[in-house]
Design a protein around this ligand. Structure first.
Ligand SMILES: [Zn+2]
Length: 255
């Protein structure tokens, strides 16, 4: 084969390999609408449709008080496909102590559950949850967000709401974008597969890839809208507004 043709063939094959690998890497988030534009941080916060429905202090997964200063935001998906397994249903399960965990607490807990209509908060962000990596930094320093995926729900709305919530939490606690991570980020000690494929629909082949980068771009797009704007009240959740149930007794650190 003449060298010129061989070169041409090699170049073509190389281009095909590059094309194939980029197409494997394309984001799965094409079902999302473009990010909404908000006039003010308040408008973004209200769009979360946030309710506080805390696990009662001293009971279930809050039987022990464990303070936390949030430095990361960890995204999960529930993998609970049961009909009606929305954010309220998870709040109920957490309050009843129905979600046992093989960890030092004995229960699974996390801070927020997001579905296609609501955001429900289960734990103050000043308290540690059990959702990521046992005694690791994922539990010790991160706010856990679960995304619902029950039958019939609208994933596009859930994913977008979780991105708005992540941006709101970045704003409230000065958390950098690089610290917004999937559960996969935190290795779980003693597991055969330490890095969990979670949230599975934001990962590619069980790992952060194009889809996760695309999701982070969305978080950034929301954060950029609000980052230089001050809110009237700096503590999350910031304003009563659409927070329908505020349990002040259970809010914040002990005392
Ligand atoms: Zn997870």
């Amino acid at each position: 084969m003449p060298p010129a043709i061989r070169l041409l063939l090699t170049a073509t094959l190389g281009a095909l390999v590059v094309l194939a690998s980029t197409s494997c890497q394309s984001s799965k988030l094409t079902y999302l609408e473009p990010p909404t534009q908000f006039e003010s941080p308040e408008e973004l916060f209200y769009s979360l449709n946030l309710e506080q429905d805390f696990i009662r202090r001293g009971t279930a997964g809050r039987w022990k008080f464990r303070p936390m200063q949030p430095r990361y935001i960890t995204l999960h998906s529930t993998q609970n496909y049961a009909h009606g397994a929305d954010a309220h249903r998870h709040a109920l399960a957490l309050k009843r102590g129905a979600l046992k965990g093989h960890n030092s607490l004995g229960y699974m807990t996390w801070h927020f559950t997001v579905d296609d209509y609501h955001t429900v908060q289960h734990l103050p962000t000043s308290e540690r949850g059990e959702h990521a990596d046992f005694e690791g930094p994922g539990n010790r320093y991160s706010i856990g967000i679960e995304m619902c995926e029950h039958a019939g729900h609208d994933r596009a709305k859930t994913v977008d709401r979780s991105a708005r919530l992540a941006a709101a939490l970045m704003h409230a606690y000065d958390i950098p974008l690089r610290n917004v991570v999937p559960h996969h980020h935190w290795p779980r000690a003693y597991y055969k597969q330490p890095h969990k494929n979670c949230p599975h629909f934001l990962l590619d082949n069980g790992k952060p890839g194009a889809t996760w980068r695309d999701y982070r771009k969305r978080v950034k797009a929301y954060y950029t809208q609000i980052k230089d704007k001050k809110l009237a009240a700096p503590v999350f959740p910031l304003s009563p507004g659409r927070v329908t149930r505020i349990d002040r007794d259970n809010h914040g650190p002990r005392g």
